[in-house]
Design a protein around this ligand. Structure first.
Ligand code: MEV
Length: 319
């Protein structure tokens, strides 16, 4: 029996632009997903995902190609891809557990995909490298969603705070302490794939979208420097600029704007949406003495504060 856990993530800078060849900065958060796995003597794969109300979802190893319910898709396709890559086959008992709700946009699908592949690598003694896990997990997510930069998979594997370029072309750890982020959940689940496709459509029609991404890239370069130097007031300003770019792409929402505006009014250094937009979470950075006031302001504007620590550890085998 092996148990593996991986962290969720929050995008700090470069949302959307990272789908189109630009860099982003992502931090792993201390809300983890875990997968327990053991081999079975027969050819059944039995998945339990209590938080998703999945009890004993059962397929045989020959049925991994079929269409699976969305709650178990990432686990099932990850197993299929792993078995194909290493020419293996075995029955398995699998149990997933989440410390965070899939609705926050913390990346539960990518974290569970990474946990599944790492657990298989341990169980079958393959000793996959981090990059090999990344490539197989990224393939799995693309097989299912068709779009995505892979930044969330990198955060789940490597942990910490990463400078990441589309598809894992560059994955670099920032030398940074915990960032005192304030996270406000809008209460609305974002549809990432739809928003990513909408931005891609816009990019095809309007050349300004490329210029928008170029500016986002410049912001990411500056943010990297100022994050490493703990210049939180400048990081906050850069968050505001990045949010302006995202808003101009049409991916913000009235709820996000409301929470971001309330954070500004309460004295935050800066605030922005995090991820695809349309809902999920906003993040803010504030001077230490204003943190509580900013949190209250976000709550008064209808947001739900989610306590997070940044820079969390990447995927690991649990004893
Ligand atoms: C979604 O959380 C972040 C996007 O940049 C998509 C991606 O990078 O895969 C919008």
């Amino acid at each position: 029996m092996v148990k593996v856990s991986a962290p969720g993530k929050l995008m700090l800078f470069g949302d959307h632009a990272v789908v189109h060849g630009r860099p982003c900065i992502v931090t792993a958060v201390n809300h983890r997903m875990s997968v327990e796995m053991e081999k079975r003597e027969d050819s059944k794969i039995i998945i339990n995902a209590p938080e998703m109300n999945i009890n004993d979802y059962t397929v045989s190893t020959n049925e991994l190609n079929k269409e699976h319910p969305k709650e178990v898709k990432f686990v099932a396709v990850a197993i299929k891809n792993f078995f194909e890559k290493y020419n293996l086959k075995s029955g398995l008992n699998i149990k997933t557990k989440s410390e965070f709700s899939s609705k926050f946009g913390f990346g539960s699908s990518s974290a569970v995909t990474v946990c599944t592949i790492k657990a298989l690598s341990e169980l079958f003694k393959i000793g996959m490298t981090e990059k090999e896990i990344f490539d197989l997990a990224y393939k799995t997510v693309l097989d299912i969603q068709g779009v995505g930069s892979g930044f969330d998979i990198a955060a789940a594997i490597y942990g910490g705070t990463l400078y990441f370029v589309t598809g894992g072309k560059t994955i670099e750890k920032l030398d940074m302490k915990n960032l005192p982020l304030i996270v406000g959940y809008t209460g609305i689940k974002a549809d990432t794939a739809t928003l990513v496709r909408m931005v891609a459509e816009k990019k095809k029609k309007n050349s300004y979208v490329d210029a928008n991404f170029d500016l986002a890239e410049k912001i990411v370069f500056d943010a990297k420097l100022h994050l490493e130097n703990d210049n939180h007031n400048v990081v906050g300003e850069l968050m505001n600029s990045n949010h302006g770019l995202l808003n101009s792409l049409g991916v913000s929402s009235a709820e996000l704007e409301n929470l971001i505006h309330s954070a500004h009014k309460a004295g935050a250094y800066g605030a922005k949406l995090s991820g695809a937009g349309g809902g999920d979470c906003m993040i803010a950075l504030a001077p230490e003495e204003k943190k509580e006031v900013v949190k209250k302001a976000i709550e008064n504007a209808g947001g739900i504060i989610i306590p997070v620590e940044t820079n969390a550890k990447g995927v690991r085998v649990e004893e």
